[in-house]
Design a protein around this ligand. Structure first.
Ligand code: UD1
Ligand code: UDP
Length: 364
């Protein structure tokens, strides 16, 4: 049996790891352990996802919490090293691009434990993004690279990584969507909020480049003010964003907007039900660009770049940046009933985690 340590830490990790961990649990070829670093710790960013995704309690919770990049990364490394020495796994599996991803991989590589990185090869080309550094460094020390889209293969190849160990497997985040769809459809959020399908736009924001800079954040808030005069806006606000909005004096302005509904971060099932029924998505999230592509919901990404270009080439995504006029102008065709052309990218079929466990099983 392969002893595998599966690592999660922050919101976008849970829906990526849940299907992999479940398939490993259901196979007699694996002995998987689930380790939660505690990078995200609020119920609404963490525990609610365990419930919504049917994940088991983690085998260890490291309780690392918030801090500067160095503090958070170092603390995960210190605590993860102890766990890895205790369990001595055959493999460590990390997903995505958060600080916990890189920190767990660094702890493993120094103990000569092989690493698998799920969602390898994505590159925004923007080294100001903390996630871009996490992606590059994690890939460089990983032994198995599981890739979601062709651009990932191209970037890895350009960095000298090709052949054995690099696998285009599809998108595990879409596995969770497909698995949870019956429960997503049953979630009562639309009814409880009195929202009709396609009558509202949904918004998420949390990238430091948007919310940690007062001028950029103010330009986005100005766009939201104009847009909410045209369509109801639903905004589950990330704690980083709420904190910065408070510091910049923007929270009161958001709260005063008549047609903007400010909510706490939502659980997975209600959030995805809202997304699936939104007329338009506005976001700077990585994962949301992929989920809207799967559902064919028009998505405007408030960034200058994306590490997920297939969502633009095949899907419903468009980059609009953070300029007030650009956000408002790009929204217009969709507010007036327009739809986006889309195709679902290859292998985004709900079977990516199955491909991953088969590749592991073949190593055994
Ligand atoms: C992190 C990831 C980012 C990911 C995002 C998903 C890194 C570098 N960033 O950003 O890639 O897109 O998660 O949501 O790993 N906070 C709480 N409660 C929590 C967690 C955080 O209130 O449970 C607040 C704290 O004030 C904290 C701030 O949010 O300082 C930022 O948290 P942190 O984990 O450092 O980064 P995120 O912005 O959440
Ligand atoms: N999400 C959620 N509730 C919210 C906002 C997002 O369940 O209020 C989900 C979303 O559907 C996707 C994931 O969280 O599955 C994306 O995580 P996030 O945007 O925090 O991180 P990123 O993808 O940008 O790293």
């Amino acid at each position: 049996m392969l002893k595998i340590v599966n690592v999660v830490g922050a919101r976008p990790n849970f829906m990526k790891m849940a299907p992999i961990h479940r398939r490993m649990q259901h196979s007699n070829e694996f002995a998987p352990l689930l380790i939660h670093t505690g990078q995200h710790y609020d119920d609404r960013l963490s525990r609610s996802f365990f419930r919504d995704l049917g994940m088991p309690e983690p085998d260890r919770y490291l309780g690392v919490g918030s801090g500067s990049h160095a503090v958070q990364t170092a603390q995960v490394m210190v605590d993860m090293e102890k766990v890895l020495l205790e369990f001595r796994p055959d493999w460590v599996v990390v997903v995505g691009d958060v600080n916990s991803t890189l920190a767990a991989a660094l702890a493993a590589v120094k103990l000569h434990i092989p690493i698998a990185h799920v969602e390898a090869g994505l590159r925004s080309g923007d080294r100001q993004m903390p996630e871009e550094i996490n992606r590059i460094l994690t890939d460089s020390i990983a032994d198995l690279l599981f890739v979601t889209e062709k651009s990932g293969l191209d970037h890895l190849c350009a960095e000298g990584r090709h052949g054995a160990g690099v696998h285009l497997v599809g998108n595990v985040m879409i596995d969770s969507l497909v698995e949870q769809l019956p429960f997503i459809e049953q979630d009562p959020i639309l009814e409880s909020m009195g929202l009709r399908p396609a009558s509202f736009a949904l918004l998420t924001l949390h990238r430091p480049s948007n919310v940690d800079d007062p001028q950029v954040f103010a330009a986005i808030v100005e766009a939201l003010d104009l847009l909410q005069q045209q369509i109801e806006l639903v905004f589950p606000i990330h704690p980083r964003t709420e904190k910065m909005a408070g510091q910049f004096g923007l929270l009161a302005r958001l709260q005063k907007m008549n047609n903007l509904r400010l909510l706490p971060p939502l659980g997975y099932l209600p959030f995805v039900r809202l997304m699936k029924n939104a007329r338009l998505m506005l976001t700077d999230s990585g994962g949301v660009q992929e989920e809207t592509t799967f559902f064919g919901v028009p998505c405007l990404t408030l960034r200058e770049n994306t590490e997920r270009p297939i969502t633009i080439e095949m899907g419903t995504n468009r980059l609009v940046g953070s300029n007030t006029a650009a956000i408002v102008a790009a929204s217009q065709p969709f507010l007036n009933g327009g739809t986006a052309q889309f195709q679902i990218p290859p292998l985004w079929d709900g079977q990516a985690s199955q491909r991953i466990v088969e590749i592991f099983a073949a190593l055994n």
